[in-house]
Design a protein around this ligand. Structure first.
Ligand SMILES: [Zn+2]
Length: 346
């Protein structure tokens, strides 16, 4: 086992991994203690390579469990299989899979190719990227969960034909995400087709089963450049909706001296569907100003196009919108956003 300045653990082949994989999924987190980069050598004489990444968000267990299940088979593929296990520290703090990232950390899926490399996490990303871009990558997938109800879908940062084929082979809903957010898949998109797979809510056996199925399809497909059946639905992300940082809020319940905004619960049921103009999505105190802030993918404010606060405090949608990733927790809203507005393209 090699380490790179202690930033992450490096494993080459199953022999080095055997001891680590012996325990439960949770035991593996304890054994690792930090991010891991794993290579399982391919059987081709001059193998290309594929990357499967998981747990960049410490609360998203499905992809992680699926990856461990795949590794425990001891299989070798024609290609070198590279695996990243991301925010191990967050995943094993305060119980299991309790934090997307810790208070003293940045979001591990927002630190790929970020300057300056001031922190251990940023340096870890730089060091891993440097290795990966030298490995003749033919494709990369990154496995995630959502905190609200969503269908299974793929996020495609750079919609090349190859990336869309890759995505359509993994899920039947595709979300094109042109946001520059320094995600791992964005950083790898200039190198190879690279997509994220969103595997439903964490902590649910169905989500792990989907993640494992997607991973299997990724590993078993001989030719990733081959056309796949067209996806059922393609969406493009266009706007990002946040609650203004100074506004204390909750999902459900009543307004109070402590709460300036109460959001309607259950809105995540509309993800990838439609919320019609006029729908009330929350309540503010009468006379309060707009508590939400909306920006487009270039960072220009677009709040007025989508929302209004009526004089009685009702927060309403003013245009039909397709939300994606509408979350259900205050924490996730603060750490990422309330939801994104998407447009259906096909
Ligand atoms: Zn995630």
């Amino acid at each position: 086992m090699l380490t790179d300045a202690g930033l992450y653990l490096r494993f080459d082949g199953y022999d080095e991994l055997k001891e680590v994989l012996a325990g439960s999924d949770e035991d593996v987190l304890v054994a690792l203690g930090k991010p891991a980069l794993i290579r399982i050598p391919g059987t081709d004489p001059a193998p290309r390579s594929r990357l499967a990444s998981c747990l960049l968000h410490g609360n998203e267990d499905s992809g992680y469990r699926a990856v461990l299940e795949a590794l425990r088979t001891g299989e070798h593929h024609a290609f070198d299989l590279w695996v990243i296990i991301g925010n191990v520290r967050a995943a094993r703090t305060d119980g299991w899979f309790a934090h997307r990232y810790l208070d003293d950390q940045e979001d591990f899926n927002r630190t790929w190719g970020v300057s300056p490399p001031t922190t251990r996490m940023r340096r870890c990303c730089d060091a891993i990227l440097e290795i990966l871009v030298d490995t003749d990558l033919e494709a990369a997938v990154d496995l995630h969960n959502n905190t609200g109800k969503n269908p299974y879908y793929c996020v495609v940062p750079d919609p090349t034909q190859e990336a869309l084929y890759l995505a359509a082979g993994l899920a039947d809903t595709i979300l094109r995400w042109p946001l520059r957010a320094h995600t791992l898949m964005e950083a790898l998109s200039p190198v190879c087709p690279a997509v994220s797979v969103e595997c439903g809510m964490p902590g649910i056996p169905d989500s792990t089963a989907f993640a494992f199925g997607a991973l299997r399809r990724f590993l078993d497909r001989r030719d990733l450049g081959e056309p796949t059946p067209a996806p059922r639905r393609v969406f493009e992300m266009q706007h990002r909706v946040v609650v203004r940082p100074e506004v204390p809020f909750a999902f459900g319940g009543a307004l109070s001296e402590e709460l300036d905004l109460v959001l309607a619960p259950g809105m995540d049921g509309h993800n990838f569907g439609m919320v019609l103009a006029g729908t009330e999505i929350g309540r503010a105190h009468p006379g309060a100003a707009m508590p939400l802030l909306v920006t487009d993918m270039r960072g220009r404010e677009t709040t007025d196009r989508f929302f209004a606060v009526r004089p009685d405090g009702a927060l309403v949608v003013t245009e039909d919108v397709t939300p994606v990733m509408w979350t259900t927790t205050v924490r996730q809203t603060r750490r990422d956003c309330l939801f994104y507005v998407a447009r259906r393209r096909a």
